[in-house]
Design a protein around this ligand. Sequence first.
Ligand SMILES: [Zn+2]
Length: 315
Amino acid sequence: MKYVAAISISIVSALLSGSAPAAPPAKVRARQCAAAFNETTSLRARVGAPSPEVLNAYRESGAKDVGPHRLTEAEWKTVDEAIAALPRLHRDVLQRHLRRISFVNASSGGGNALTSPAEPACGEALFDLTLRAGLLGESLTAFLNGKEAGLFKADGSGTTVQIEAGEMRAAPYILLHESTHIVDGVRGLSRRTDAAFRKDVWDAERSKALATRFAGNPVNAIAWRGGARLAIGDAANLYRGLRQTPFVSLYASVAPSEDFAELVAWQQLSARWHVPLRILVRRADGTTAFEYKPLQAPAVRARLASVSALLTKSN
Ligand SMILES: [Zn+2]
């Protein structure tokens, strides 16, 4: 109903003013943008070269040797499997709103994946998705450990942090996480301040602020939230802090949209592939300083269920 109303108002106002029609309302523009490409093209047929802007974004993220990547046969298989494994809602939304999937050669340590609006004028209607090609050869466990290492600095303590997520490849997780950003962008799920998953976790007013009950939690000050790298000897304390929150991962604390993408990705990985998730902090002598399994924490499980219900409802 709302959609029809927006179109009618636009036509009426143009007729009344007698001048050239003004820029169409967002929803009309969204439909024009979506109509500008063939929705029936298979998702794999949308694999194409990255734009110069995307390549620049990778360079600016600190990656070196950045350039377009041509998929090998083995990589195509990984991509096809990851697309096929997406939930129905994700595939439907991508079919209508994903313009291009690109792969870039880039050193690790910079950006991994980028979900970006295809054209500024198209807003949330059309997206490009770009992945660092090296991810296609990585296991989920190796990927998560490489990413988490960016939070810590060496301090001579000999402490180690290990994330265990089984033998699965990284690609299905990354495609789930990134395509959830597109589902979210189109449906506005994480922006809805009344969404159940936000309650008592995110500040209702300030978009990336945690609820006040987490003000003193070390999670609030991690490098991904703008803090400094933490001495790795303090890792156990940080993960004790994580256990006080209902976040499924530290990355989920970056913003409501990342919280949502992480919840959806882990809900799927856990329900469909029974992927375990264990965080292990060890002392220099190899003994365990702290162990945490977020997928078994009641507060996390409650939110996985609420996100699962939200996805079903908006399907
Ligand atoms: Zn993300």
